[in-house]
Design a protein around this ligand. Structure first.
Ligand code: NAD
Ligand code: DAU
Length: 352
């Protein structure tokens, strides 16, 4: 048996691929375009593992996708591939429309044709799991109840609007064609292999390289943080037992303001790798111009996946963030290799 993932060389996808191959004796086909966010180094530990088959392709390339589906006959398709960074979507929205909307549509169409031609048993067992985000629901006020799966879609950034459009296409393929889809809407992830344009690896990297730690606006925006390995276990659980056509919210029960996150990381770094001169890393914090249309708060009500599928995260923010910081301290070469010229051009564009 095989499964296929898209975007398996990015942050969450590579954690998922490594976890999957560590647990099951089942081949994974990893289709990834290798944009700036896709990094083959994330999967070096699998270099000699014949159960990881990599194909550098675009999800929108239907003939390449059709060929892979025909050749490897996967029972699950997990779609991680996306343009995923909100700030980049503000500067360069077009790539988000192409990959997140057009690409998801092409992938859905290829996989639906493949599914149509399967025998009855394989047809019944196939699942297409679309990895989406809590950002499609928009922004909450402080006292609003957390997002449930029936919360109205109200995306605010080009990124979240493109993800919302892809979720609608996925739903439409179920409603119209009976195509066996599952959608997961997850909160903010953190952990190993996250590209340092996102808040948590950015803080760690800037702290350690003696740069300013930029906090947008007043730092009072709230996110619900989930350790990436918990996200991977939730996806496996939904693949295994999720009801076709349903959406599942996934969250970490860890709502924090950005300022709290930054202060926590600085305090842990002060303990693990004290700053030369003895000052706290907090002295590097700088409040900078706010993100355009910055969503105030995301919060996930994960009671559906907890009640129906018996899933809960196993890490708290306290345990997960310590593991993450230690991982970054132990993998400074990985960080150096990824913060190349393109990354520096991005930082210059976003922060000046
Ligand atoms: P990422 O940016 O780290 O990785 C995306 C991967 O997709 C990269 O390997 C990239 O090369 C690949 N890719 C991009 N365009 C492609 C295309 N056209 N064809 C094939 N591959 C392509 O993203 P991530 O943080 O790992 O997020 C993975 C998925 O999870 C995304 O769909 C994102 O919307 C969703 N998500 C992310 C978070 C989070 O906090 N990071 C939370 C909830 C949901
Ligand atoms: O909620 C899930 C989403 O989480 C995913 O769908 C996205 O793919 C993922 O990128 C993430 O989006 P955010 O915009 O919430 O993540 P980011 O790490 O970019 O920012 C987290 C918060 O930190 C946000 O409120 C903006 C703030 N921030 C971010 C950066 C990069 C800063 O204050 N300073 C910064 O330099």
């Amino acid at each position: 048996m095989t499964i296929m993932v898209t975007g398996g060389s990015g942050f969450i996808g590579s954690n998922f691929v490594i976890e999957w191959l560590g647990k099951y004796n089942e081949t994974i086909i990893n289709l990834d375009k290798l944009t700036y966010a896709g990094n083959p180094e994330n999967l070096v530990s699998l270099k000699k593992n014949p159960s990881h088959i990599f194909s550098q392709e675009d999800i929108a390339n239907t003939s390449a996708v059709d060929k892979l589906l025909k050749e490897y006959n996967p029972r699950f398709i997990v779609n991680f591939a996306a343009e995923s960074h909100v700030d980049r979507s503000i500067h360069f929205p077009e790539n988000f429309i192409q990959t997140n909307i057009v690409g998801t549509f092409q992938l859905l169409d290829s996989t639906r044709s493949y599914w149509n031609n399967l025998g009855d048993e394989e047809k019944n067992n196939l699942r297409f799991l679309h990895v989406s985000t809590d950002e499609v629901y928009g922004s909450l006020e402080l006292n609003d109840p957390a997002f449930t799966e029936t919360h109205r879609y109200k995306p605010n950034s080009p990124y979240s609007a493109s993800k919302a459009a892809s979720d609608h296409l996925v739903r439409a393929y179920y409603k119209t064609y009976g195509f066996p889809v599952l959608t997961t809407n997850c909160s903010n992830n953190y952990g190993p292999f996250q590209f340092p344009e996102k808040l948590i690896p950015l803080i760690i990297n800037n702290a350690l390289t003696d740069k300013e730690i930029p906090i947008y606006g007043d730092g009072q925006q709230i996110r619900d943080w989930l350790y990436v390995i918990d996200h991977c276990s939730a996806i496996r659980r939904v693949l295994e037992a999720g009801q076709v056509g349903e959406m599942y919210n996934i969250g970490g029960y860890n709502e924090m303001t950005n300022l709290e996150v930054v202060n926590t990381i600085c305090s842990i770094l002060d303990e693990l790798r004290p700053r030369v001169g003895g000052d706290s890393y907090k002295s590097q914090i700088k409040f900078v111009k706010d993100r355009l249309g910055h969503d105030k708060r995301y919060a996930i009500n994960a009671s559906k996946i907890e009640k129906n599928l018996n899933w809960r995260p196993s890490e708290t923010f306290k345990t997960g963030i310590k593991k993450t910081i230690k991982w970054y301290l132990d993998h400074q070469d990985w960080v150096t290799n990824i913060t190349n010229r393109d990354y520096r051009t991005w930082v210059a564009k976003n922060y000046t």
